[in-house]
Design a protein around this ligand. Structure first.
Ligand SMILES: *[C@@H]1O[C@H](CO)[C@@H](O)[C@H](O)[C@H]1NC(C)=O
Ligand SMILES: *[C@@H]1O[C@H](CO)[C@@H](O)[C@H](O)[C@H]1NC(C)=O
Ligand SMILES: *[C@@H]1O[C@H](CO)[C@@H](O)[C@H](O)[C@H]1NC(C)=O
Ligand SMILES: *[C@@H]1O[C@H](CO)[C@@H](O)[C@H](O)[C@H]1NC(C)=O
Ligand SMILES: *[C@@H]1O[C@H](CO)[C@@H](O)[C@H](O)[C@H]1NC(C)=O
Ligand SMILES: *[C@@H]1O[C@H](CO)[C@@H](O)[C@H](O)[C@H]1NC(C)=O
Ligand SMILES: *[C@@H]1O[C@H](CO)[C@@H](O)[C@H](O)[C@H]1NC(C)=O
Ligand SMILES: *[C@@H]1O[C@H](CO)[C@@H](O)[C@H](O)[C@H]1NC(C)=O
Ligand SMILES: *[C@@H]1O[C@H](CO)[C@@H](O)[C@H](O)[C@H]1NC(C)=O
Length: 847
């Protein structure tokens, strides 16, 4: 027992030391409506909230309410029927923290959720027409107010109308002087050209609207010396989560130094960060590899905001190596930010302030971090640990009545960026920690040791490093700019160039339409023919896929994968520019159009090309990549019917070593979707094999994989074709235009391959390398038909994969357009009768 006590005391005292508790002079903590002291022992430091009855006037209009269903501060409330004022005596002038707690509840006579009121302090309106819905969560409003009087007056004004008067109420009030270093009074905003500086920021009233512990968990008043609450960033993160990592260290590793102490932000905020999910091998193999991490915060327009960003680099191997860019909206807030210029050691925190005016048309503040052009491939990263967004009310102290006109409307402020530089004290420079050893693992050796699969041809720009390629001469000019140190710019194509090249997105040039938007034929300024995929205005849906496609295609190059020539992300446009594939999608050459019929040999060659591309995705790059949306519209045909796999928007990295699968929500296209993936949500590269098997059948039979116009046993191509295959009569259902033109052995090999791809269990399906081998064999059988006897070779080849029964293939009785994509499906019943399962599909807009 004693030991336990001793440990506890030791623990508590050491915690106090490390957080160097701030003790405000003469603080006021009121439990409004309460008749006794409310101790908050979990707060650190602990606090007592005292009854409020001595602080407000007039007494006659007040009601004390209690709520037996809540505890501590929210068990009571003070309500007012008329204008009433709390008065707090202050010891010092300067910035004060004012925190108001509101929690709605109902007693016999009053419903606080109907209360509507204003709150003002120092003649400044803080809340106007405020009400608190009965949501069982307290609403806490926090302000930093400059006070130069001996008293702070806080007035509650109930709204009233002709028929009735409302209540005003409050559950708890905190007023205490802020530490003097919290808002500096010595560094006034730097003005940038064409924007107005905010003078004397410390003398303004600020309202805290967002306070975020980036990459970490909620930090409560128990872990914050100013009893602040910091919430996780997840719900504000705009960029797909895969693009960032949440890193953390122990709070005792945080080295506070001159300039920053725990009152700025506690160690629990600095000890977590969000960083870029970027590895040096990715950057080495493609210097263009780049993206931003972006957060979006809802705000009220027509105000200026102070944006305080907290940084602490405990992530970099060598802290002096880190350079990154910080953006607010579309502007640089800090270009080439080099933390080593601000601090003297790793894991030393610092913060930077910026101000921004949010015009009426906007309701969001976007904050982004990304690679700096000064970063090297091996150290490319960006970091953010914490973020505070505070609304600035620069209105004069003598009465801004409407909070929405709080900002003087005669002054147009655009963007004012102030940089408050916090320079740490002089410290011993920490010794270098580790030497970064760069091993460009498989990606280097792969392209060297696998000549058969070396990607080549038609790489339209320079790809330095591992995947070096021959340049086709027509692209050489476009290549030149990428030699500049701004690697990330080399894939960028200006909006103007694209606009001109597509004749201002002329509808006559549309060659395709999907959920993502329209695809146009176009020409770049250097004469390159391109396909331009223009995204609909950024939605939360399309943007991750846009980034993913850039990310993937800028890293991988292959003769049988459609090349990305560039992209444009200007003026909220999301545009991808690809090499132009003149003969269009495979599907159009098979059915539903009157394009010339493809010969069997051509079809085999197309399947082989696509299988090569897919095999490269699965095995050729250091990560294995699962396409997830293989279908005949995503296999494009170029000159001489050279086939390439396209549309990587749904692709994702496959399982890493040791893992057998990736769990993920179901995405893909109806009719091509792997039933096993669909049932148990295990994604492996065998899901692509299944979809590819469907493409093989489609190529053979020249009909859609799902055709509602046919009789019920024919609707689903997989079910129908495999029945005929099992009866040994596949030739009865092939494309009529091919009848008599396919060698029986070739057909048999091809049918067998398709059947195996469509095996119910993923483990029974062949790999793409096997599929490729068998298709090549089928081609050989076709070409050498005259020299061979029927079935001569089938026996040997049979052993290529185990024979398995073909099982579950869903039949469809519901009307879903074939070719649409599924974004999600509800839980699947264990009895997977087809109609049951598919009646629960939710189809999204498609892609
Ligand atoms: C407390 O909860 C009970 C049951 O949920 C409810 O009937 C009562 O109105 C609540 N009291 C208050 C003051 O909210
Ligand atoms: C007047 O205020 C009362 C209480 O807030 C409300 O119930 C009533 O609907 C209001 N009447 C009008 C006309 O706004
Ligand atoms: C800033 O604040 C400190 C402490 O409150 C005070 O001593 C100093 O005079 C102030 N400086 C300015 C420029 O207002
Ligand atoms: C808060 O501090 C306690 C120790 O007082 C620690 O155990 C806990 O993990 C901290 N919470 C967070 C969110 O960091
Ligand atoms: C980081 O990216 C890789 C692909 O490069 C992905 O496999 C991994 O899941 C990502 N990590 C996180 C934490 O999202
Ligand atoms: C950052 O987090 C990722 C995954 O969350 C981890 O793999 C990596 O080692 C971490 N880096 C550091 C420096 O902690
Ligand atoms: C923030 O980013 C989103 C998505 O990119 C965009 O729609 C919005 O216009 C941006 N807002 C501002 C103020 O930059
Ligand atoms: C990052 O965001 C900024 C500001 O919106 C933008 O200018 C820049 O192009 C973005 N970088 C990338 C790689 O998306
Ligand atoms: C914002 O300010 C503009 C003038 O700058 C004014 O026209 C507009 O009404 C204001 N918007 C709101 C919501 O008050």
């Amino acid at each position: 027992m004693e030991l336990l006590l001793a440990i506890t005391i030791f623990y508590l005292s050491s915690f106090h030391l490390s957080s160097s508790a701030f003790t405000p002079t003469n603080p006021h903590f009121l439990a409004c409506g309460s008749t006794s002291i409310i101790p908050l022992i979990t707060d650190n430091p602990a606090r007592n909230f005292t009854p409020d009855s001595d602080f407000f006037t007039p007494k006659s209009n007040s009601i004390s309410l209690s709520n037996p269903n809540s505890s501590l501060l929210y068990a009571t409330a003070r309500a007012f029927t008329e204008r009433s004022t709390y008065r707090f005596k202050l010891d010092s002038q300067g910035t004060h923290v004012l925190r108001l707690h509101f929690f709605s509840f109902t007693d016999q006579n009053h419903d606080l959720a109907t209360a509507r009121f204003d709150v003002s302090a120092l003649d400044r309106l803080l809340l106007f027409g405020f009400s608190v819905p009965n949501t069982q969560t307290p609403v806490i409003k926090e302000y930093l107010l400059w006070v130069d009087t001996a008293e702070l007056a806080l007035t509650f004004i109930p709204h009233s109308n002709s028929s009735a008067s409302s209540l005003a109420f409050v559950n708890a009030i905190e007023v205490f002087p802020a530490p003097t270093n919290l808002i500096s009074n010595s560094t006034d905003p730097e003005s940038v050209p064409s924007s107005r500086r905010i003078n004397q920021l410390a003398h303004q009233a600020l309202e805290i609207v967002h306070r975020i512990n980036v990459g970490g968990q909620k930090v409560t008043p128990a872990n914050d010396t100013l009893w602040r609450t910091w919430v996780p960033d997840d719900e504000y993160l705009f960029t797909d989560k895969d693009f960032s990592l949440d890193n953390s260290t122990s709070p005792k590793n945080i080295k506070y130094a001159a300039g920053v102490d725990p009152v700025i932000a506690p160690a629990n905020v600095y000890d977590t960060a969000r960083t870029m999910n970027i590895s040096s091998s990715m950057v080495l193999s493609n210097p263009n590899f780049d993206f931003n991490i972006t957060w979006s915060f809802p705000v009220t327009s027509n105000y200026s905001y102070l944006i305080r960003m907290h940084f602490c680099d405990f992530v970099s191997k060598i802290y002096t190596d880190l350079y990154f860019d910080v953006y607010i909206g579309d502007q640089f807030a800090h270009q080439d930010l080099h933390p080593a210029d601000k601090v003297d050691q790793p894991a030393e925190p610092f913060f930077l302030d910026s101000t921004l005016y949010v015009p009426t048309s906007q309701h969001l503040i976007n904050v982004s971090i990304g690679r700096s052009s000064k970063s090297s491939p091996t150290t490319a990263n960006a970091i953010l640990n914490g973020l505070e967004i505070m609304k600035v009310n620069p209105g004069s102290l003598d009465g801004s009545i409407n909070p929405d006109s709080g900002i003087s409307q005669t002054k147009k402020i655009h963007v004012a960026i102030l940089i408050s530089t916090i320079v740490g004290g002089v410290f011993v420079i920490a010794s270098a920690i580790a030497v970064l050893v760069l091993v460009c693992k498989r990606c280097c050796s792969k392209s060297v040791t696998k000549p058969a699969e070396t990607p080549f041809l038609r790489a339209p720009y320079r790809t330095d490093g591992a995947n070096s390629v021959e340049l086709s001469s027509q692209f050489t000019e476009r290549t030149a700019p990428s030699a500049s140190p701004h690697f990330k710019m080399s894939l960028h194509i200006s909006f103007i160039e694209i606009k001109v090249g597509t004749n201002d997105f002329d509808d006559k040039l549309v060659i395709g339409t999907g959920g993502f938007g329209k695809v146009y034929r176009g020409v770049l300024s250097d004469g390159t023919r391109v396909a331009v995929k223009r995204g609909t205005r950024r939605s939360g849906q399309g943007y991750p896929e846009f980034q993913r496609e850039i990310l993937l295609l800028s890293q991988i190059r292959h003769r049988h994968l459609v090349s990305l020539i560039g992209y444009c992300e200007e003026q909220s446009e999301m545009i991808l520019v690809y090499e132009y594939m003149e003969k269009g999608p495979l599907r159009d050459c098979l059915h539903g159009s009157d394009l010339p019929c493809l010969s069997w040999k051509q079809r085999l060659q197309i399947c082989i090309d696509a299988a090569r591309g897919l095999n490269y995705l699965h095995t050729g790059y250091s990560h294995n990549i699962i396409h997830r949306d293989i279908k005949s519209t995503n296999i494009l045909l170029g000159d001489k019917y050279l086939a390439k796999v396209s549309d990587f928007g749904l692709s994702r990295w496959g399982p890493s070593y040791g893992e057998t699968h990736v769990s993920t929500g179901v995405k893909g296209t109806f009719g091509y979707l792997d039933p096993e993936y669909f049932k148990i949500l295990k994604l492996t590269d065998k899901s692509d094999v299944y979809s590819f098997g469907m493409v093989l059948l489609e190529v053979l039979c020249a009909r859609p994989v799902i055709d509602q116009t046919l009789s019920s046993e024919q609707i689903n191509l997989a079910e129908w074709a495999l029945q005929w295959k099992q009866r040994g009569q596949l030739e009865k259902i092939i494309d009529p235009r091919l009848v008599g033109k396919i060698n029986v052995n070739s057909l048999s090999k091809f049918g067998e391959t398709a059947e195996k791809c469509l095996a119910e269990c993923a483990v029974d399906r062949p790999t793409m390398a096997d599929v490729l081998w068998n298709l090549e064999y089928a081609l050989q059988l076709q070409e050498t038909e005259l020299k061979r006897e029927p079935y001569e070779d089938s026996g040997n080849v049979e052993s290529q994969f185990p024979v398995t029964a073909v099982g579950w293939a869903p039949s469809t009785r519901i009307s879903i357009d074939e070719g649409r994509s599924m974004a999600g499906m509800r839980e699947v019943c264990s009895d997977t009768t087809a109609s049951k399962v598919f009646s629960q599909i939710i189809v999204d807009e498609g892609r």
